[in-house]
Design a protein around this ligand. Structure first.
Ligand SMILES: Cc1ncc(COP(=O)(O)O)c(C=O)c1O
Length: 336
């Protein structure tokens, strides 16, 4: 949606400001107080903490307030400090800086939140930013998770983008130089996104490589294994299969898994002889579904779960719980 569109969040904010008496619209994009605040606070803070030794500043650019306010202060102190702006694919900044052209063809929806724009906010002073580096949504997302895992800093998505950009730019930094990066926000806002394995897979950011039986169990909402006892009736088994929409049912004796039945078998037996529903499950049960280790890779699993052997079981030793992975679960994991 174009920023000028009355439905865009920029236009809605401005309209609400016109409509609501005594309301205030900070307009962080064009309000010079935004950059000024960073000139008066972030800049001096970095100068002081690096004892004036900073050589490079790397910052994600949204409104431009952070990078330009900080850069203004730092460049006044030392004009040789290089200012690197991190941009997204789908944003206009980099091309505008390099060619002076505002190219609408550069604009498309992207995932990384907080940086990149489809217009030119007044807080972006292109003279203060030496270079824009574009980072893909995928690289930003993967780096965000890496920062959390490796550094124990629970950052948000634009921090991952800034860090991935810094690494792309590494050949511009000399040994012994001081490089400062700003991480804008924290990870709590991304629990359903970057920190959600299913979301990462759906977006295609994490591939199937490295996925294990444990990951499939974790992404499966089915919960704990449903079983039936050897002496329960085939009718009861049919009821469970229907109730839970499942295809496989491990059979237990004294809480141990000793056999299995599946929907095809149950349907076949009932069609052959409807009276069979009152007979015990043990009269028709097949071999037990095999257990596999939770660390079994997806590639190995897909070879083990075949038409002849439609499922495997996983044991969580810590919780003493069993889980099932069926052919359907594997197809789902591969398709996501
Ligand atoms: C999460 C996040 N990262 C980065 C930025 C970019 O900062 P600036 O708008 O100062 O350029 C913002 C801006 O609001 C943000 O919300």
């Amino acid at each position: 949606m174009e920023p000028e569109d009355p439905r865009s969040y920029y236009s809605v904010a401005a309209r609400l400001n016109r409509e609501i008496p005594n309301s205030y619209y900070p307009n962080q994009y064009d309000n010079p107080s935004n950059a000024q605040a960073h000139c008066e606070s972030t800049g001096p803070e970095i100068w002081k903490q690096t004892e004036g030794k900073i050589d490079h500043l790397v910052v994600g650019v949204g409104t431009g307030g952070t990078i330009c306010g900080t850069a203004k202060y730092l460049k006044e102190k030392n004009p040789n400090i290089k200012i690197w702006g991190i941009d997204t694919y789908g944003s206009v900044f980099k091309k505008y800086k390099e060619t002076g052209i505002f190219d609408k063809n550069e604009i498309y929806p992207y995932v990384t939140e907080g940086i990149g724009e489809d217009f030119l906010p007044k807080n972006v002073d292109f003279n203060l930013i030496d270079h824009f580096e574009k980072v893909t949504d995928k690289d930003a997302a993967l780096m965000t998770r890496q920062i959390v895992r490796q550094e124990g800093i629970w950052v948000g998505n634009s921090a991952g983008s800034a860090m991935a950009g810094l690494i792309q730019l590494k050949d511009n930094f000399k040994e012994g130089e001081t490089v400062v990066i700003i991480f804008h926000d924290h990870g709590t806002r991304y629990l359903g996104k970057i920190f959600n394995d299913d979301w990462m897979r759906e977006k295609g950011y994490t591939d199937k490589k490295g996925m294990t039986a444990q990951d499939i169990v974790a992404s499966n909402k089915n919960g704990e294994l449903i079983t039936i006892k050897v002496d329960d009736t085939i009718g009861a088994a049919l009821k469970l299969i229907n109730q839970h929409s499942i295809s496989q049912l491990p059979v237990t004796l004294d809480n141990r898994i000793v056999g299995s039945i599946n929907e095809d078998l149950v349907f076949k037996k009932i069609i052959e002889n409807p009276e069979v529903t009152s007979q015990p499950v043990k009269s028709i049960m097949l071999e037990a579904i095999p257990f596999v280790d939770a660390s079994t890779p997806l590639e190995t699993l897909s070879g083990m779960v075949t038409k002849a052997n439609e499922a495997v079981l996983i044991k969580d030793f810590k919780l003493d719980k069993n889980y099932i992975i069926t052919r359907y679960d594997i197809v789902k994991a591969l398709a996501n």
